[in-house]
Design a binder for this molecule. Sequence first.
Ligand SMILES: Nc1ncnc2c1ncn2[C@@H]1O[C@H](COP(=O)(O)OP(=O)(O)O)[C@@H](O)[C@H]1O
Ligand SMILES: [Mg+2]
Length: 385
Amino acid sequence: MKERTQQREAQRAALFQAEKVAAMDQLLAGVAHELNNPLSAIVGYTQLMLMRSDSGPMAEQLDRVAQSAQRCTRIVTNFRSLARQHLPQRHRVRLNALVEEAVELLACPFRIDNVEVTCWLGKDLPQMWADPHQLQQVLVNLLTNAHHAMRAAAPPRRIVLTTRYETATDRVVLTVADSGPGVPTDLQTRIFEPFFTTKSPGQGTGLGLSLCRGIVEGHGGALRLETTPGGGATFVAELPIGVAPTALEEAPVVEPMRPTVSKTILVVDDEPDVATLLAEALALDGHQVDTAHNGSDALTRLRGRAYDLIFSDMKMPGMSGAEFYRTVAQNLPGVERRMIFVTGDSMNVTTRRFLEETGAASLGKPFGIAEIRRLVHAPPASIGS
Ligand SMILES: Nc1ncnc2c1ncn2[C@@H]1O[C@H](COP(=O)(O)OP(=O)(O)O)[C@@H](O)[C@H]1O
Ligand SMILES: [Mg+2]
């Protein structure tokens, strides 16, 4: 009887936990989405100003603004992986190489605190299809946590990293074990909560493990905590090998600059800031640009003039990007193949499916001048088919 009550209590707690995490996910995704447009404007305009200004104190200050804006962009990207809204990219990845890089990256702080790192890396590890940047984040977070946990304890301070391939499950298993104090039993589930930290304000954000779990689960894997024999904490990440991306998803090689051919371009976006920025960047490269603030306005313009390219926002009030695409395909067949979609969340499943089905090209917010140029030079039709 008592056992059953306890079981129910645990179930309730787990449910409550899942709900809290889901609410946090939504909040983070919402914040990231809202920040994307203003950030696009900051990143883009600074780049435009940098291109127009000569070197000097002004350019230096602008460069600082640009760097801070880039940093904000990275934070927003982190938020999105945290909120699991950002599906991992799939590149050929050698996990052992990533492990070695991460250890190398932290070599200096480890040396200062006398942290010894040992790696037992499986020799038969298959290559994986995964997001190297995200996996790197997981490694760095787990290693940094281990380092911080051991700082209070007397040496020896040891971290043991292992990788191995499990034939039975076709999964790669990564473990990060430390000789620190470990995690008290009552905190073992809580440490994965967003914003849960035992560190003093300013020391910890409480986002590390939740980010790590989000990334690993985003890859179809699982991240858990185990107790290291002899005391410390062991984090175990199990990752599937993954599958190769379709040709469309594969990151395009950076195009060398080509002499600009002037094109006629229509920019469709309900956000005046984003539309103006895109239009200005394109005009600066010598293109003839018109803007429209919604789908029906754009249709009128498309009927009146032949455009080489159409940049359209994905999320617009009234007619959405997808609806706009379908309307164009119906009324002006062929013209839809010239469309490039500006997406705030290109990795969102619905958007991704839409892009995959139509073969339309996309530009993710916040974007830089280089990406715009690349898309203008590689017309969408050649990307799609
Ligand atoms: N290797 C570890 N050993 C002991 N405790 C750990 C370890 N890793 C994480 N923790 C605990 O989990 C908490 C949450 O970790 P994390 O999500 O990375 O946030 P933060 O590091 O900012 O506190 C930490 O504050 C710490 O209490
Ligand atoms: Mg941390």
